[in-house]
Design a protein around this ligand. Sequence first.
Ligand SMILES: Cc1cc2nc3c(=O)[nH]c(=O)nc-3n(C[C@H](O)[C@H](O)[C@H](O)COP(=O)(O)OP(=O)(O)OC[C@H]3O[C@@H](n4cnc5c(N)ncnc54)[C@H](O)[C@@H]3O)c2cc1C
Length: 407
Amino acid sequence: MSAKDDTKTFRAETKAWLQENFPSSLREGGAQAILGGRKVDEDTARDAELWRQHLVDQGWGTPTWPKEYGGAGLDGNQLNILQDEMAAIGAYNPIPGMTGNGITMVGPTILDYGTEEQKRSHLPPMARGEIYWCIGYSEPNSGSDLASLSTKAEDNGDCWIINGQKIWTSGADISQWCGMLVRTDSSAKKRDGISFMLVDMNQPGITTRLIKLISGNSPFCETFLTDARAEKDGLLGPLNEGWSVGKRLLQHERFSQTGSRSSAEPSKAERLEDMAKRYVGTDDQGNLADADLRARLVDHLMGARAHSLTLQRIADEARGKIEVSATASILKNSATTVAQTRSELVLEMMGHQGLGWEGAEFKPGELAATRGWLSGKAMSIAGGSFEIQKNIIGKNILGLPETTQQG
Ligand SMILES: Cc1cc2nc3c(=O)[nH]c(=O)nc-3n(C[C@H](O)[C@H](O)[C@H](O)COP(=O)(O)OP(=O)(O)OC[C@H]3O[C@@H](n4cnc5c(N)ncnc54)[C@H](O)[C@@H]3O)c2cc1C
């Protein structure tokens, strides 16, 4: 059978399976409500759980992972087809969201560096959406200069004993496990004495305190470690080589922040140009009334299209081998620029209506625009700031000499 026939068959089978298994209650607004974090009735909640189970049985919560670890072993082309067909009927993949930083970051890093035992013990529960993971990198004095981190892990013979403090740990209060960078050799140069550990969060040695954000949410914590324990087999990758493991995880994180469709989301949003006309009005010829806004809107739409075509090209070129590299830094920065510019434009179009916090005079979309604009500020900080990505691009892609962060 030719590759073309294979593709056709896979699309037809995928379509048929989705028609049969994606519950109708989720098609009629249920999926949108669940993704938007809104409360749903009992029947819809039961259907959502049924849908999770069907997806997991099929391996489609983590479609590209090997079958033995809970995935379906799909290649890039099949992944695109699956995502297209899911989007076409408004289906969604709840699994990545149920694992915090698991599916997008820790999971792929375990696939890259884990022992067979680590893969078998950590990946299948993640693929079922059962375990929530956080990332313990940043510390009060180590953000961009992450290599200076001082949380220390000492080998006491039976296990590792960890002492120190992490900060900005997303979801630490609700996580069962953490992928953590710790110092295991204080005498080595700073990047050489770091190790990556898989740490169980449910233990008395770990406490968390929520940090409140400007958007009103508290998605992350300060995390305190006082004689916390990590099992000896919790070391991911070689001892004192955690810097390489940690950088790999960041590449996975940045790739997940590029706007690629890692989880198929039903997209029925109003087009930006239509929203602009609705709020700002049109001239005699039906064009957006404000010529200056029109020019900036076109510029943004072209940038967004170029970003999305670049992502598509990378996925096509990968032909199944979805690999991450330093180029994730370029994509992360362009995704950030596209998303933040979009938020600014939306606010400008909406005027006062785009600055509501609560109240009946604002439509749900307007309130969401305000919160989205504020929480979108985090995109140029989380996973390594905009400036740090530029440093990585300069050094690792353009080959320019390193002038900062030596160590
Ligand atoms: C929403 C969100 C979620 C996060 N989740 C997590 C998480 O789960 N786990 C975790 O460990 N961390 C997390 N972080 C923390 C994040 O990784 C850090 O905030 C980030 O690395 C920047 O570090 P910092 O805040 O200490 O800023 P700093 O490093 O103090 O930087 C301050 C400013 O100086 C600039 N700067 C610093 N050094 C340089 C340089 N060499 N060259 C040019 N400019 C420079 C930066 O770009 C930035 O603008 C999260 C952050 C956010 C916003």
